[in-house]
Design a protein around this ligand. Structure first.
Ligand code: HEC
Length: 275
């Protein structure tokens, strides 16, 4: 009896500890946020069953990123297969080095001394979505702005002082930090107005705005390009994620059926006891 009580106490303590850990990780997420000067990261929802999005993402990656960033834990053939791109089409259009075979790892095209060019060697990005998070990547790639004090003339709100140039500048256009007049919010949550009923505004800075006509893509097109690119990086970080999630649902479904069946069986057995 006594041991039971102690057991229960230990169990209670464990639950408290778990709740505490959960709540502290929440606090951490809310405070400051990982997206630095940008504030909260934009939310990214991957869709790994959208094969066309992954195909577009792969093509953007190989054309704009692979020159600096390897994907050294993935193989060319596996990517072609997972993204349902016939191997001959894949190799003809996306693999520029003709000596590469489907079984080869995607070790990149960057010479060893690249750290000297940027100050930091461009990291391998196979697992970047796992350690940085997809929200972070999606926001980072859209948060470059003009800053003439920097080596490449750009800086980034999410990763201030990043050593990576804005490689998509020609597509996105010239993004700048601008100031805007925004309505002052009163304590009751509504907009503040003066005696004449006009909304009171104050200047706030730090908004990102693309100079019109400087990029090849519209804002929506550019966002969707980065969506596909991030989606691809989520896929490459865990190629079997889509299958894992699908199987997870089968397992839940199986448990539901199994529970129903066993409760029916239980009722059947129970009848004998009540006789
Ligand atoms: C000209 C070379 C170059 C190209 C091209 C390039 N990057 Fe980078 N990238 C870098 C460097 C250098 C860093 C390291 C920045 C730092 O830590 O300051 C970096 C860092 C990153 C990071 C952060 C990784 C981390 O662990 O902090 C991500 C994400 C990233 N790049 C994504 C991309 C994507 C997506 C593309 C293609 C659109 C791309 N990069 C194209 C050079 C490049």
């Amino acid at each position: 009896m006594i041991t039971n009580k102690i057991d229960i106490n230990i169990f209670k303590n464990k639950i408290f500890l778990m709740l505490f850990m959960l709540s502290s990780s929440y606090l951490y997420a809310a405070e400051g946020g990982p997206c630095k000067d940008y504030g909260e990261c934009d939310v990214f929802k991957y869709s790994l069953n959208d094969i066309e999005s992954l195909q577009r993402g792969a093509s953007t990656y190989i054309n704009y990123c692979y020159g600096c960033h390897s994907l050294q834990y993935s193989r060319w053939g596996r990517v072609a297969e997972d993204l349902k791109i016939p191997e001959d089409i894949f190799f003809e259009n996306l693999v520029f080095d003709k000596s590469i075979k489907p079984g080869d790892l995607m070790i990149g095209a960057m010479p060893e001394d690249s750290a000297n060019w940027f100050g930091v060697a461009p990291p391998d990005l196979t697992l970047v979505s796992r350690y940085k998070g997809d929200d972070w990547i999606y926001t980072y790639l859209r948060a470059y702005y003009e800053d003439s004090s920097k080596q490449y003339g750009v800086n980034n709100l999410v990763y201030p002082g990043t050593a990576m140039p804005n490689v998509l500048l020609s597509l996105q256009g010239n993004q700048k930090l601008v100031c805007k007049n925004i309505p002052v919010i009163a304590r009751n949550g509504g907009e503040k107005r003066d005696e004449l009923g006009k909304t009171i505004t104050k200047e706030k800075c730090g908004f990102l705005e693309v100079e019109e006509g400087t990029g090849q893509l519209s804002k929506e097109e550019f966002d969707s390009l980065i969506y596909d690119l991030t989606n691809f990086l989520v896929y490459i970080g865990e190629p079997s994620k889509a299958a894992r999630e699908r199987i997870g649902w089968y397992v839940v479904f199986y448990f539901l059926i199994f529970t129903a069946l066993s409760s029916l069986l239980y009722r059947e057995y129970h009848k004998d006891y009540n006789k």
